[in-house]
Design a protein around this ligand. Structure first.
Ligand code: C2O
Length: 500
C-alpha cells in the first residue's frame, strides 16, 4: 500500500528546493570542532514564567524577527515559509518541511535542522548569547503553556488569536498523548519498511498537538507562523533523543546513505545560506552543542555503517478493506468496521506473539480528507461493538490526528494520503481470546476535539476516507546496538498468508 508516484514527486521537490544552496555532494556544515563552550540547555517550559530570561529573550527574538522585511531570510515570515507557505513566488528553501510517510524518513532530522538554525537566529537577534529554545512537554502538561495563552496571562507576542479558543484560554487541552509516544518508543526501526518506523509513529502524537491547538497550527503551510510551533517541536526533538535511549535496539538509519546524505538548505544568523544532512545532526550535544535539561546521556549515532540497519518484516494479512467515508465531527463520533480473522490466522498470531521480538501492527492506508478536521480519534481493536470506550481497556491501541499528509486543501503534503500504524499485540490477544473459532474483530474510532464557542459556529464536517487496513507482523532479529556504533539487525522477509 505505498504510493510511489506521490512519494517520488515529493522527494524530488524536496531535493530540488534545496539544490541552490548545496555544494555538489558536500555539506557546507562542519562545526564539530568549533565548540569549546558548554552546551546550550533547552529548558522545560513548566519551570518558566513570562519573566524568565528564556521567555524574555524568546519574545525579544520573535519581535525582532517580525520587524524584519520578508526579503531578509531571518525574518519571521521567511523562516515560517521555509516550513510551509501559501505565498506565491517561491524563494529559496520555502516549503521544505518533511512529513510524508512511505519512503521519506526526514521528519525528525529536518525539524532538528530547522529548529537549530531558527534558534541561532533568535539567539542573535534577541541579544541573549545564552538563549536556547524552551520545550513544551505536552505529555506532562497538555494545556497550552501560560505564556502562550490569551493576554494578560500570555505575552501578546507569543499569543496567536487563530487557535482554538478553548486552548487559548486554558480551559481545554490537547488530549492524551503518552500512548502514541510509547508506541513510537517501542518501535526499534527508524525508517518506513512494511510498517511505519519510529520516525512515522512519533508523528501521530505530534499531529494531535497541531490539530488540537488548531488555527494556523493545523496546517503545515501556516504552522510555523505560530511561536508555539517551535516549543512544540523542541519537545518532538527531545523525544528523538529519548527514543534512542529507550531501548538498545533503537537506532538511526545510519547505513542508509540516501537518508544520511540528503542535503537541506537553511539560513544562519547572518542570513547566509547553509545546508545540512541528517548525518550532521545525529548527535545533538556533540554536533550542535545543545542538550535538554533532564535527558539521560545522549546515545551517539554515527553515519557510514556498512551493517544493514533493518529487521525482518513478514506480512501477515494484506486485506484491502474498502470503507464508506468516515464522517468526523466535533466530539462524539463513533464508527467501526470489522476485521475478519480466520481460526488458522488466529492460531498463527498466537504463535507469533510467543516471541517477544514480534509485533503485530494495524495499519490504515490511503487516509484523506478535504480540510483539517480539528479532531483526533481514539482507535480500538476488539472493543465489543456498542460498548463504552475506555482507554484503560486492553483494546485501546492509540490515537490518530491528521496534519500534513492527507489534507486535500493543504498542498504539497496534503496530496499524499496519510497512513497510520499502531502496535496491537495486547489488543489482538485480548480479542482472540473471545473468538476461539475465529470471526470478526471490530476496529472502532471515537473522535475528540476542543469544544467550540458559539461565535465559532458549528464545526466544519470533514469527510475522512480510509482506503484500506492491514495487519502486519514485524519481526526484529536483534544483535544489539554494538559498541562500534553499529545498529545490527538481520534482515529477512517472507509472506506468511495473504487474504484478499
Ligand atoms: Cu513540520 Cu509539526 O510540523
Amino acid at each position: 500500500m505505498k504510493y510511489p508516484n506521490q512519494s517520488r514527486r515529493r522527494f524530488l521537490t524536496t531535493l530540488g528546493a534545496t539544490a541552490g544552496v548545496t555544494l555538489a555532494g558536500k555539506s557546507l556544515f562542519n562545526i564539530d570542532k568549533v565548540f569549546a563552550t558548554t552546551p546550550y540547555t533547552r529548558l522545560n517550559l513548566a519551570g518558566l514564567t513570562l519573566s524568565s530570561p528564556t521567555i524574555v529573550s524568546y519574545i525579544a527574538g520573535v519581535t525582532a524577527m517580525q520587524a524584519l522585511p520578508l526579503t531578509d531570510q531571518r525574518s519571521w515570515a521567511y523562516q515560517a515559509a521555509i516550513h510551509g507557505t501559501t505565498m506565491s513566488g517561491m524563494m529559496p528553501d520555502w516549503n521544505t518541511c518533511s512529513h510524508s510517510t512511505f519512503e521519506l524518513n526526514f521528519f525528525w532530522a529536518w525539524h532538528r535542522m530547522y529548529l537549530y538554525w531558527f534558534e541561532r537566529i533568535v539567539r542573535s537577534l534577541s541579544g541573549d548569547p545564552t538563549f536556547a529554545l524552551p520545550y513544551w512537554d505536552w505529555q506532562a502538561n497538555p494545556y497550552l503553556p501560560p505564556m502562550f495563552q490569551n493576554p494578560p496571562t500570555g505575552s501578546p507576542i507569543l499569543h496567536v488569536a487563530a487557535r482554538n479558543a478553548s486552548i487559548n484560554n486554558g480551559t481545554s487541552n490537547v488530549g492524551v498523548l503518552t500512548p502514541g509516544v510509547n508506541n513510537a518508543f517501542a518501535q526499534p526501526i527508524f525508517e518506513y519498511t512494511s510498517v511505519d518506523g519510529a520516525d512515522q509513529l512519533i508523528q501521530l502524537p505530534h499531529n494531535q498537538v497541531h490539530g488540537m491547538v488548531g488555527g494556523i497550527m493545523g496546517s503545515t503551510l501556516t504552522a510555523a507562523q505560530d511561536p508555539v510551533f517551535f516549543v512544540h517541536h523542541a519537545n518532538v526533538d527531545r523525544l528523538w533523543d529519548l527514543w534512542l535511549a529507550n531501548n538498545s535496539l533503537n537506532a538511526d538509519p545510519t547505513s542508509d546513505s540516501i537518508w544520511g546524505g540528503t542535503s537541506f538548505g537553511f539560513f544562519d544568523e547572518n542570513a547566509n545560506a547553509v545546508s545540512m544532512t541528517p548525518c550532521d545532526v545525529l548527535r545533538a550535544a556533540q554536533q550542535l552543542n545543545y542538550i535538554y535539561d533532564t535527558e539521560p546521556a545522549q546515545v551517539e549515532q554515527y553515519c557510514g555503517n556498512t551493517q544493514p540497519c533493518s529487521s525482518s518484516y513478514t506480512v501477515l494479512v494484506d486485506n484491502c478493506i474498502q470503507k464508506p467515508p468516515f464522517y468526523l465531527n466535533q466530539g462524539g463520533y463513533y464508527g467501526y468496521y470489522q476485521f475478519p480473522i480466520s481460526y488458522q490466522l488466529g492460531q498463527q498470531i498466537y504463535g507469533y506473539l510467543q516471541n517477544p521480538y514480534n509485533t503485530v501492527y494495524l495499519s490504515h492506508y490511503g487516509i484523506t480528507c478535504p480540510t483539517q478536521p480539528g479532531v483526533y480519534w481514539d482507535v480500538y481493536l476488539g472493543l465489543p461493538v456498542g460498548s463504552k470506550p475506555n482507554r484503560e481497556s486492553p483494546y485501546y491501541v492509540g490515537s490518530y490526528a491528521i496534519y500534513g499528509a492527507g489534507i486535500a486543501d493543504q498542498p504539497p503534503d496534503g496530496d499524499d494520503p496519510a497512513e497510520f500504524s499502531v502496535p496491537v499485540n495486547t489488543a489482538i490477544l485480548a480479542a482472540l481470546k473471545k473468538l476461539p473459532k475465529g470471526g470478526n474483530i471490530p476496529v472502532s474510532f471515537y473522535t475528540y476535539g476542543p469544544p467550540r464557542t458559539t461565535a465559532q459556529g458549528p464545526a466544519q464536517k470533514a469527510t475522512v476516507t480510509i482506503q484500506s487496513a492491514q495487519l502486519t507482523l514485524q519481526t526484529v532479529t536483534p544483535t544489539g546496538r554494538a559498541a562500534g556504533h553499529k545498529d545490527e539487525k538481520k534482515q529477512e522477509k517472507k509472506v506468511i498468508a495473504t487474504l484478499t
